[in-house]
Design a protein around this ligand. Structure first.
Ligand code: NAD
Length: 484
């Protein structure tokens, strides 16, 4: 199951045309790759520079399209994440590409292989598909494209049906910038999405929910297509005893403000020492009163992406209230702005474990505040669930924060801050277990989208023929063992 498995309906005949176009685009890219299997570094650099120019020159249109799709969206966040984030990523790759492309020499035993040499050589995989969710329409489409192109691949992107303005703009930008045999965009609905995951890609990147990820991986398995799955889950923030400070509360609630919680690495719930729970609630209120007093009516607030997503979040809060669980709005108001779907941030204080907010990924402006009496038990509670994409631990005692890190698993983690691990161009990003597999960003992304080819070049004076004859092989093995 997806966070919402009821996507907007696209007429079947429109998707039929989009599916046909997808298969044609794939064939064109495959043919182009066949005659250009190893683009030189100058060509790859030029492609990245063109990509950077495309993002810079469309900066304002990107902010407008994101705001259109979300109802409301802070322009500063669009700039920082969707535009500058991608450009920074490309700049980092440009700086390091030469080193990353260099063959990596490996040890080869000269007693057996003489003067042969061995090295790992990275080569492009071919044509890569990228399936994108709605929450970061440019960061998650053009961002991974950076490492895909750097590694010498060709790319087809499929944006989410929930962000039609962004999908159309991306298709237009890409068509105006790249030849379709290098990069193109496939726009359509759910049927196109299903067809997309069945194409015999040389690699497929999927970002979205674990439930749909499972279906995508099953479709890719039919072609033995290698997949990178960037999934979601419940990312905890663990405030160790004594760490409920204004600065740390600001970090947790401030992270929730980004996209109004519609972010895979957002804090899903906060684990707080029981004795400090009220201080956390008071601190969260005080922070919002100072930082954004009329938050859900202000320019700081992102709209919930669709009425359906809004209904899901409202139902979660309704269930908590219905069960007499304390719900604290950090806005001083509970109502959603109906025009733009801007929703206040709410704390759900001390929720029972069977509430939906504790069972499902929230992906919106709701934060369960879960008290604990014993840190080890709180860690055991995290480990009883699926491995999260991000895990955040707060505290000044490094022995304690390291103990939490060592005792848990997650795709990425941060100490005394949240989500920053996902934003660094220099660091691989991805999940573990149910939060995904594989990495993009930086060198790890470059390697992910490359075929890592082990190469041996034979020299002189080797004993390779010992492997071909049993008698000679045994004599060589005896001599080697006697030698120690
Ligand atoms: P989703 O899984 O519903 O949809 C993502 C994409 O999958 C869309 O492009 C959609 O068209 C396609 N899709 C939907 N149903 C499909 C099917 N049956 N077969 C093939 N494709 C299908 O995810 P979403 O609701 O758009 O995004 C929210 C989820 O994404 C959350 O779980 C969130 O944590 C996760 N996410 C993860 C990351 C990450 O980097 N790990 C980033 C953003 C979002």
């Amino acid at each position: 199951m997806s966070i919402l498995d009821n996507a907007p309906v696209t007429p079947a005949n429109e998707d039929d045309a989009a599916i046909e176009a997808l298969h044609a685009a794939f064939a064109v890219q495959k043919a182009a790759f066949d005659v250009d299997r190893s683009p030189p570094i100058e060509v790859r650099r030029e492609r990245l520079q063109i990509l950077m120019g495309m993002m810079t020159s469309n900066r304002e249109r990107i902010a407008r399209a994101v705001a259109d799709d979300f109802g409301a969206h802070p322009a500063g966040q669009s700039d920082l994440i969707e535009v500058l984030g991608v450009i920074g990523r490309a700049a980092h790759v440009l700086e390091n590409l030469e080193a990353w492309m260099r063959p990596d020499p490996r040890h080869i035993d000269s007693a057996v292989f003489g003067s042969a040499r061995a090295e790992m050589r990275l080569q492009p995989k071919g044509v890569i598909g990228n399936m994108v969710p709605w929450n970061f329409p440019f960061d998650l489409s053009v961002g991974p494209m950076v490492e895909m192109l750097a590694a010498g691949n060709r790319v087809i992107v499929k944006p989410s049906e929930y962000t039609p303005a962004c999908a159309d703009l991306l298709a237009e930008m890409v068509a105006a910038t790249f030849d379709p045999d290098l990069v193109t965009v496939a726009v359509g609905g759910l049927e196109l999405a299903r067809a997309f995951s069945s194409v015999a890609w040389d690699h497929l990147l999927y970002t979205g929910s674990p439930g749909v990820g499972r279906q995508v991986m099953a479709a890719a398995a039919a072609n033995l297509t290698p997949v990178t799955l960037e999934l979601g889950g419940k990312c905890p923030a663990i405030l160790t005893p004594g760490s409920v400070t204004a600065r740390n509360i600001e970090s947790v609630i401030g992270t929730k403000i980004i996209k109004n919680g519609q972010m895979c690495v957002s804090v899903d719930y906060a684990l707080v020492p029981r004795a400090e729970m009220e201080a956390f609630v008071d601190g969260a209120r005080a922070f919002m009163a100072g930082a954004s007093p009329d938050y859900s009516r202000s320019d700081d607030c992102t709209g919930v992406v669709s009425e359906r997503h809004l209904a899901r979040l409202s139902d979660m809060l309704g269930e908590a209230r219905g069960r007499q669980v304390r719900v604290v709005s950090l806005d001083g108001r509970d109502d959603v702005d109906p025009e733009t779907r801007r929703m206040p941030i709410s704390l759900v204080v001390d929720p029972p474990a069977d509430l939906r907010v504790m069972r499902e990924e929230i992906f919106g402006p709701i934060l369960p505040v879960v008290p604990y009496d014993d840190l080890e038990a709180a860690v055991a509670g995290i480990n009883a669930g699926d491995r999260p994409l991000g895990l955040y631990v707060f505290g000044d005692d490094e022995a304690v924060t390291d103990r939490v890190l060592d005792a848990t698993h997650s795709g990425g983690a941060a100490v005394n801050t949240c989500a920053v691990q996902s934003s660094l161009p220099s660091m691989g990003f991805g999940g573990s277990g149910m939060s995904g597999m594989g990495r993009h960003h930086g060198m790890e992304g470059f390697r992910e989208f490359s075929n890592q080819r082990g190469l041996v070049v034979r020299g002189q004076g080797d004993m390779i023929d010992a492997f071909y004859s049993s008698a000679k092989g045994s004599a060589v093995a005896d001599a080697a063992l006697a030698h120690g």
